[in-house]
Design a protein. Structure first.
Lengths: 266, 338, 346
């Protein structure tokens, strides 16, 4: 593992107790080891229940780990206290599949984007305004749109607002949890292009959770395929696609509809 | 599952304990001296002190509480000074009257709530829906004792279709042999049909008035549950299979609504079993409610305490029971489901 | 509106067969306070026995509203405003609840998107299945259960005799969709409408369910109307396609022609948006700018004009609604420049 890795996950384990008196343990994560280089994207691919979202949630400190280590920027971040976690929040942000959950309909877009700054103690009002304006510009929202309320926007535009909220704090790492799977194809393309452009401009590091292999291939430098809590395939996106080793990855590739008759089209 | 049950039982016991402590302390910090009240204004200071010692009121609160709870666990709820009998026998006299009234009120409340909410939702008419919501708002907002007085004036005094505030039976009638304590049931068991109708005739008006508040609450709950279930995908699927509107409502929408009013309905039931203070008072109904009202005025500790304890136990038992029924009826939570 | 049956049928391969379903000038509106959303606008097409028609479009394109309108299941305040839907010549628009219910599930079976919510959680699979069968078939409960077990076995439920007593929560999402498919075909409908049946499922489960649908259509010979936004599914499962945009069918064509020579700019843009894992370059994914139009507003011209690489500069696109154009290939396109598009590709 190179020193240039921003995020290093080693032997992560997580289980939940179920059944009578919590006697049965369900292993959600099984010795998960991954790393993401600075300015790169790691695509985390898998189906529901594969553990990809739990992994992200452990990274964000939303789920406590059983054992293993997560190092962010060289520093161990498992078992941090609440205040230490809070300080870390501004350098790690998350974007969810459904932006509506995080967009309070009573606030304008500008207020929504400013809110994280206020929460993280940015006191200078004019500095805040400057940052908000810059971020809105980055994600392609106009000054006029900034005064509107989120319900006036389409799904793709709302996802832009959610991205702006994440980026306004200048994070190093952005965890993207299925950011385009609720969007229509044409809108999905706009958001994916935006994410790629933002990564290049701001040298962001992405942990990109996605179930669609084609999107993962397009967006990621490296891909990890997860299945039942284990990483079953891990490599550069080229390798994962062209030298598929694990039968599950092959099954995933074969299962994409319309690929059986060949991929090329007009 | 086991831990869930244990936790539930623990919470239940804590609730009952809390209620008993609350009742005990509350009644002892309010002004007024029960010993003086019993002995009367003419009694000497010494006589009152002796009575106070006899009643244990000179001990500290902790000892008093301990004595009380010990007695409760042996089944002795104490002595009612205002009536001169044991609380046990008093409750034995009064409880059936309240149960009879409460059961009928709950039947009224659930029956009308289910009927009218179903009609409003099924008919899909904006007009019917608005009518239901207005009715339930009015019902929620009007004080029951006021409606009780009004109803008596209209139905008993003006039109004479229902009896006045004369209790459970018309004056001069002899209650049926005591089997369940519920006059209407006992009269039926004794084969005395006219007496049964007389008992029911006396029940209808107070039961209807008591059911107004619960009706308002339950009809809103049932209506909103029906409306949200109607939007479920499985309802659309059932329609797509060719089921007409009524069978879909009957078999797929209504059961979900009923499931949702079960817990609320049973808590209302527990509530009604401790009687409605003012409505019972207005109708001269010899139940727990009017008894409690009298006991509060008389500062009859033992009775008020017993009623509060009864209320707590009823709440806990009924809600536990409702949970058990709910988990049994709903296949998703049924024990043993895979 | 001129009714031109020749135009309607031209885009389809089985134009010689008698259509089982014939849709003419169908319009569906949602009456909201203060505005009317025209969700389905003047849609006409036919469906023939054995045909597998894909209805493709993005959310809000009216594809689901159109499908629900066919069987009178459009939820209020939605309403079929005009047009006709004929099942073997019998008009369905305007039928009473009883009459249309006799057709739903019997002649037209439906499969919906969300299998997790598609079954009543309080009733066993068996009781729901028996109910579905007995609505249309005069069978005893025992016979209906027997038939249900056979159908469950057919869709791949193991040990149906035991599993039929289970409740929906004891089934996985993929299994529930199998059950719902079995229920939809229980009364041997001539038409199966599947509305995004695999969108809520994982990729591997999706593949299995698609295979099942394909097998069932092969074996039973029913017509399939597949509503989807996924062009991969179209390619795998269907033979003809209706592309919908802003409530209208903008292109009717065969699946082969769709991928090789799209004759509407929207279709072309949609195809370009598809990610090809081997050739698409990161950050340069072709996107359609803007977003779909407001369906409550009147559109004098082509609804796609604002976002169209061809039409945004053309006056005619903004002012005049494009009529259906039948092309040499048999495809039908509602674009002023359909002929030019066709010419450019060959």
């Amino acid at each position: 593992m190179s020193t240039e890795d921003l995020l290093v996950i080693e032997n992560l384990n997580k289980s939940y107790s179920t059944g009578f008196g919590g006697r049965n343990k369900t292993q959600i994560l099984h010795d998960v080891s991954l790393s993401v280089g600075r300015g790169q994207t790691l695509g985390l691919v898998g189906e529901s229940g594969s553990g990809k979202s739990t992994t992200a949630s452990c990274v964000m400190g939303l789920t406590a780990v059983d054992s293993g280590s997560i190092r962010f920027d060289g520093r161990e971040i498992t078992g941090l206290s609440k205040s230490e976690r809070r300080a870390l929040r501004s350098s790690m942000q998350m974007v969810f599949q459904d932006p509506n959950g995080s967009l309070d309909p009573r606030f304008t877009v500008r207020e929504l984007v400013e809110e994280p700054l206020i929460i993280h103690g940015h006191k200078d009002r004019s500095e805040r305004a400057l940052k908000v304006a810059k971020t809105l510009d980055l994600v392609g929202l106009t000054e006029k749109q900034a005064e509107r309320y989120p319900h006036a926007f389409s799904g793709g535009q709302r996802q832009r607002i959610a991205i702006a909220r994440a980026l306004v704090l200048n994070p190093q790492l952005v965890v993207l949890d299925e950011p385009v799977s609720a969007l229509d194809v044409s809108i999905q393309a706009q958001v994916l292009n935006l994410l790629a452009q933002l990564q290049d401009e701001l040298s962001l590091t992405y942990l990109f959770i996605v179930h669609d292999l084609a999107v993962a291939k397009l967006m990621s430098h490296q891909i990890a395929v997860m299945h039942r809590g284990k990483v079953v395939e891990y490599g550069t996106s080229q390798e994962v696609f062209e030298q598929t080793s694990h039968p599950y990855t092959k099954a995933l590739l074969d299962a994409v509809p319309g690929t059986k008759q060949g991929v090329g089209h007009a | 599952m086991l831990s869930t049950i244990l936790r539930r039982v623990g919470i239940s016991l804590a609730t009952i304990f809390g209620a008993s402590v609350f009742a005990f302390i509350l009644l002892r910090v309010v002004p007024g001296d029960p010993a003086r009240a019993i002995a009367g204004d003419m009694a000497t200071e010494d006589a009152v002190a002796a009575l106070r010692a006899d009643m244990g009121l000179d001990q500290n609160l902790f000892v008093q509480y301990w004595r009380y709870m010990r007695a409760v666990f042996t089944g002795d709820l104490g002595f009612s000074y205002s009536t001169g009998g044991t609380v046990n026998s008093l409750l034995g006299d009064r409880l059936p009257a309240t149960i009879e009234l409460g059961v009928l009120a709950v039947i009224f409340a659930i029956g009308t709530a289910v009927l009218f909410a179903s009609l409003a939702v099924y008919s899909n008419s904006r007009w019917a829906d608005r009518l239901l919501r207005t009715a339930s708002s009015l019902a929620m907002g009007s004080p029951p004792f006021w409606i009780a007085l009004l109803a008596l004036m209209v139905f008993a005094v003006q039109f004479g279709v229902f009896p006045g505030p004369e209790g459970r039976l018309s004056p001069g009638l002899v209650p049926p042999a005591d089997i369940t304590g519920l006059y209407s049931v006992d009269a039926l068991l004794a084969g005395n049909i006219p007496l049964m109708f007389n008992a029911l005739w006396h029940l209808v008006l107070p039961a209807a008035i008591i059911s107004i508040g619960p009706f308002a609450f339950l009809s809103r709950l049932y209506r909103s549950q029906l409306r949200s279930t109607r939007r479920e995908t499985f309802v659309m699927v059932a329609r797509s299979h060719g089921l007409t509107k009524f069978p879909v409502f009957n078999r797929h929408i209504a059961p979900h609504g009923l499931l949702s009013i079960l817990p609320a309905g049973s808590l209302l039931f527990a509530d009604l079993l401790t009687g409605s203070l003012l409505v019972e008072k207005v109708f001269g109904w010899p139940g727990i409610g009017s008894m409690t009202a009298d006991a509060i005025i008389q500062k009859d500790f033992a009775v008020v305490q017993a009623v509060l304890l009864l209320a707590a136990v009823l709440y806990v038992v009924v809600s536990l029971l409702a949970d058990v029924i709910l988990t049994t009826v709903d296949p998703r939570t049924r024990v043993g489901a895979r | 509106m001129p009714v031109n049956t020749e135009v309607q049928r031209a885009g389809q391969e089985q134009s010689t067969a008698t259509p089982v379903l014939e849709i003419n000038n169908l319009c569906t509106n949602f009456e909201l306070p203060g505005s009317t959303v025209q969700a389905v606008r003047d849609v006409s097409f036919t469906l023939c026995p054995g045909q597998r028609l894909a209805v493709v479009g993005e959310s809000g394109s009216g594809k689901s509203a159109m499908a629900m309108s066919l069987v009178g299941l459009i939820p209020p305040p939605g309403k079929v405003a005009s047009g006709s839907v004929k099942l073997r010549g019998k008009e369905l628009v305007g039928l009473g609840d009883k009459e249309i219910s006799a057709i739903r599930g019997k002649d037209i079976g439906l499969v919906f998107q969300d299998p997790m919510a598609g079954l009543d959680p309080l009733k066993t699979i068996g009781s729901q299945f028996v109910e579905t069968i007995r609505v249309h078939q005069n069978l005893s409960v025992r016979q209906a259960k027997e038939l249900a077990c056979e159908l469950l076995a057919e869709v791949g439920v193991n040990d149906p005799r035991r599993r039929i007593e289970d409740y929906p929560h004891q089934y996985s999402g993929g299994m529930r969709q199998r059950v719902l498919i079995a229920m939809a075909i229980a009364n041997d409908p001539a038409v199966v409408i599947a509305d995004e049946p695999t969108t809520a499922l994982d990729v591997t489960t999706q593949a299995q369910v698609l295979e099942l649908l394909e097998r069932i259509c092969d074996e039973r010979g029913n017509a399939l109307m597949m509503i989807t936004h996924n062009l991969g599914i179209v390619r795998q499962l269907c033979d003809s396609v209706n592309v919908m945009y802003a409530g209208r069918v903008v292109e009717q064509t065969s699946v082969n022609a769709l991928f090789n020579e799209p004759t509407h700019p929207y279709t072309k843009a949609l195809l370009d948006c598809m990610i090809d894992p081997y050739t698409t370059v990161r950050g340069q994914l072709p996107a359609i700018p803007g977003s779909p139009p407001d369906l409550a507003a009147a559109q004098p011209g082509c609804a796609f004009a604002e976002r169209c690489p061809l039409g945004s500069a053309e006056k005619i696109c903004h002012e005049q609604r494009p009529e259906a154009v039948v092309l040499a290939s048999g495809a039908v396109s509602r674009c002023h420049f359909a002929h030019e598009l066709e010419g450019a590709q060959s």
